[in-house]
Design a protein around this ligand. Structure first.
Ligand code: UTP
Length: 408
């Protein structure tokens, strides 16, 4: 049956491989073939031009609330609304930590990376735990913490947290769940065999979160706990404010189901995705897809019209997560370099990009709602990402920002 499936999808080279393997390895590979959605990836390959593209979609401005411009009364009102949610144990946090962190090049999951702050040496996961603990003490609660990992880094993440005793966080309030994956496909439309003699797969992007929350039973658990609002953030912004009643209050007051924080775009050329409306619905446009004249466009106050940078700081109602867990997101294509075993079992290490990786993005789901709340916050207080080994958005720049933030 596995062989027939491969034949039907033009992947006979895997059959040749299979036939050369000893029985146990052959069975493993055959099982993998039966379980994988190969048709989906072959279809994606055959329709490369139909994956997500801005193309001639209509891009328009989206409005945001600027924290600097809030009146004192509104600020207090929003904050109190949010505090009620947290105090009623209706708030949970998800850290997305399934990425590969290729640009940083750290040997291990990104959350296990250590930064040297004025206040001491800390792992990224530890910084998150400390923020949670601070909120727990303030509001007399224990916020459930979920961590999205991937097949590649789940075991290492689990072992690291065990080894550090979850940095003192109550263990039964921490749960890891694995995101989905898709097979890689070569630029010739062929599946690849990895050094474990199985078909190479890779994480399918952070948009995988919605389906994974459902498939891994997290939504059921949240429902049982009566969680009403869920914060979702990345693992690598050391100034990320993961428990902020203000964001909750703004979203609830605007009667929205989803919300994000943004920071003001530093200059028209900053390489960051910005919030906008795409064909009338909320979304994010990547810097590479935003036409130059739009990137430069300014409003009557001289501010960039597309000036709200995505900092991976999102809030969802539980109902929204439940709804979005059933939505199919579009795939974006990334071309990557991936080594593989050739027909003779030799490891090939290409220097040029040789595979397509399909990824979905968390923000593509926003378009399922007519409106969302966007709260523009101060960059210096809430955005210190670690993406690259050196230069922009590196440990060095992030640590400087962290050490200079006033609100810590
Ligand atoms: P990035 O897109 O910055 O990717 O992820 P990355 O893996 O950290 O780094 P590069 O691009 O390989 O250098 C933004 C956030 O989304 C998570 C990451 O862990 C990070 O918190 N993410 C990304 C996932 O959880 N799963 C994915 O498949 C991709």
């Amino acid at each position: 049956m596995a062989k027939q499936k491969l034949k039907d999808l033009n992947q006979e080279h895997i059959i040749t491989w299979m036939d050369k393997l000893p029985d146990d390895e052959k069975n493993k590979l055959a099982n993998q073939v039966l379980n994988l959605n190969i048709k989906q990836v072959v279809d994606l390959y055959n329709n490369l031009n139909k994956t997500f593209e801005i193309g001639n979609k209509k891009i328009e401005k989206i409005s945001a609330i600027d924290i600097e411009k809030l009146s004192k009364e509104d600020f207090e009102k929003y904050k109190n609304t949010g505090i009620d949610v947290i105090k009623n144990n209706q708030y949970a946090v998800i850290t997305m930590a399934g990425g590969q962190g290729t640009r940083l090049g750290h040997n291990g999951p990104k959350g296990t990376f250590m930064v040297h702050l004025n206040s001491g040496d800390k792992y990224l996961f530890q910084i998150i735990v400390e923020a949670l603990q601070k909120a727990n003490n303030k509001y007399s609660v224990t916020i459930p913490w979920y961590i999205m990992t991937s097949e590649e880094n789940n075991d290492q993440t689990q072992a690291f947290l065990e080894e550090h005793n979850y940095f003192g966080y109550p263990k039964d309030s921490v749960k890891l769940f694995k995101q989905g994956k898709v097979p890689l496909i070569s630029n010739k439309g062929k599946l690849l065999i990895g050094s474990n003699k199985l078909i190479k797969e890779a994480s399918d992007g952070n948009g995988s979160i919605y389906a994974s929350l459902k498939n891994d039973g997290i939504l059921d658990e949240m429902k049982a706990k009566n969680i009403k609002w869920v914060f979702v953030g990345g693992v690598d912004n050391i100034l990320l404010r993961i428990v902020d009643p203000l964001l909750l209050g703004v979203t609830i007051s605007q009667n929205n189901q989803i919300a994000s924080k943004s920071v003001k775009k530093a200059n028209p050329k900053e390489r960051a995705g910005v919030f906008c409306k795409i064909d009338g619905m909320p979304g994010i446009i990547e810097y590479s897809e935003l036409p130059e004249e739009m990137a430069e466009e300014r409003d009557e106050h001289g501010d960039l019209v597309y000036g709200d940078v995505n900092i991976l700081s999102h809030l969802f109602s539980f109902d929204a997560l439940e709804k979005l867990s059933n939505v199919k997101l579009p795939y974006h294509i990334a071309e990557k370099v991936s080594d593989y075993l050739d027909e003779d079992g030799n490891l090939v290490k290409p220097i040029e990009k040789n595979v397509y990786k399909f990824e979905s993005f968390i923000f593509d789901a926003f378009s399922n709602y007519n409106e969302m709340s966007i709260l523009r916050v101060q960059r210096s207080e809430e955005f210190a990402p670690i993406k690259n080994k050196e230069g922009v958005d590196s440990p060095e720049t992030a640590v400087n920002l962290y050490n200079n933030a006033k609100s810590l």
